[in-house]
Design a protein. Structure first.
Length: 472
């Protein structure tokens, strides 16, 4: 504005000076034209008067020349000021244009290279401008997105909420909104984003378009799901554990109370005392087994599972595990049918292998419906293959891998007891030996567990522990 005022003032001064020059030139021309004849006549008739006239005319011309000179200088000054102002205005304009270009360049760089997705979205939902990160999150190119609306790629369950929030922004009820929503990528997979949306208005205050900023949160959502699953598993475990621990405790207390009452009355026969004591010992053994399973999991979580492989007899370890469960098999009306070689030398930790096989046998007895359980051992190349087959309810294919995780079961804990830790501990022990365990079955026809152990020790299978066991 200051430049404009000064420029107008310079133009006004220049115009006045130019006008004065024009008037001076016109006056001189008129004087010369009108007085020339009179001057010639005076010079003839009255020389003295002609000289006086010449002197007056010369004085007037000198004064006029001074006025012309002053007007010329004013005109030149006005032109100089106008030129200086024009140059200043040009310089300012050039700096403004350059600053605007730099600002636009910085904005474009920030928009295109942002670590999160940024987009301009029209009031009708169409993407007007999308940066590379946004397009990458959705699996489309930027050009493809500009031909779509955000509703086209928003998960159907989230569309209504997004549209409602957009209407609130346009109505001026909110300044911005933030929401976690799902997009459906080009490959059909749902992806979670943390979306922040603001409204841009034009100079008249009318809604123009939305600015959306989307940050991918799939990883965080996965962690949240895992935490929820962990809490659910914890709650279920606490429920099952309390039930499993309370049952033998209750039975143990009843047996001991019976012994106490009988002893107080003096009516307890040796046979009755022996029966009560045997029942109490069985409940104590059950409690000890449950506590041992919990301690095993605690050791595994702390990375304290240490095996001490040495030359031992794999057949003897499997046989010992079966003998330890003979009473449990009798109580459920089942038998363990062994098909073992006399000996099978292997580099193993026999105590840990006995424990792992024992967990698998206990599982077979629990779900074996009181039918015989076959236990076999054969040599396959450089590995020993332990096969445990029951004839119970089987394992559904959808949970074959899951049953080897902690606190997991093939069926509801309401129908079958246990903490869901036996197969988890067995797998970890077998894998520590470089071996593998897997299950194959048909639901309702029983389950077959196959345990493959390298006879040469944990390093014999080339560090491939954890692969599914061979089914050959």
């Amino acid at each position: 504005m200051a430049f404009l005022v000064l420029s107008l003032a310079a133009v006004a001064v220049g115009a006045a000076a130019f006008g004065a020059l024009r008037e001076a030139a016109t006056l001189d021309a008129v004087v010369s034209a009108e007085l020339a004849p009179l001057h010639d006549e005076l010079r003839t008739t009255a020389p003295a008067l002609a000289r006086a006239h010449d002197e007056a005319l010369e004085a007037a011309r000198s004064q006029l020349a001074g006025s012309i000179h002053a007007a010329s200088r004013a005109l030149l000054a006005a032109v100089a000021v106008a030129l200086a102002l024009a140059a200043g205005a040009f310089a300012v304009a050039r700096r403004s244009v350059r600053a605007l270009a730099r600002s636009e360049s910085r904005y474009r760089a920030a928009f295109e290279n942002a670590a999160i997705g940024i987009a301009h979205v029209g009031l009708d939902g169409r993407w007007l401008r999308v940066n590379h990160r946004y397009a990458e999150m959705l699996g489309y190119t930027e050009e493809e997105l500009r031909a779509l609306r955000f509703q086209d790629l928003t998960h159907p369950e989230d569309v209504a909420e997004n549209e409602a929030r957009g209407r609130r922004l346009a109505a001026g009820e909110d300044e911005l909104y933030n929401v976690e929503k799902r997009y459906v990528r080009r490959d059909g997979r749902a992806t979670w984003v943390n979306l922040t949306v603001a409204l841009v208005r034009d100079a008249a205050g009318r809604p123009s378009y939305f600015i959306s900023a989307a940050e991918p949160i799939d990883r965080r959502k996965a962690v949240e799901d895992e935490l929820r699953d962990a809490v659910r598993a914890r709650d279920e475990f606490l429920h099952v554990a309390s039930h499993e621990l309370r049952t033998p405790l209750t039975s143990l207390r009843l047996q001991l109370e019976g012994l106490q009452i009988g002893a107080a009355r003096g009516a307890a026969s040796p046979e009755r005392i022996a029966a009560k004591a045997g029942a109490a010992l069985r409940q104590q053994a059950r409690l000890a087994r449950l506590v041992d399973e919990l301690l095993d999991v605690s050791r595994l979580d702390r990375g304290e599972l240490r095996i001490a492989p040495r030359e031992a007899d794999l057949a003897a370890a499997v046989r010992a595990a079966a003998e330890r469960l003979e009473d449990a098999a009798s109580r459920v009306g089942s038998t363990l049918r062994l098909d073992l070689p006399e000996a099978l030398p292997a580099r193993i930790d026999p105590d840990e292998i006995e424990r792992a096989v024992g967990h698998v046998l206990a599982n077979a007895l629990k779900y074996g419906a009181g039918k015989p359980v076959d236990v076999g051992l054969v040599r396959r190349g450089e590995a020993g293959l332990v096969v445990v087959r029951d004839r119970g309810i089987g394992v559904d294919p959808s949970v074959r891998e899951r049953i080897f995780e902690r606190f997991e079961r093939a069926v509801s804990p309401r129908n079958y007891g246990g903490l869901g830790l036996g197969l988890f501990v067995a797998r970890r022990v077998i894998e520590a030996h470089g071996g593998r365990i897997a299950v194959e079955d048909a639901p309702g026809e029983g389950a077959t567990f196959r345990i493959e152990l390298p006879l040469g020790g944990p390093e014999a299978l080339g560090g491939e522990a954890g692969r599914p066991a061979s089914t050959g």
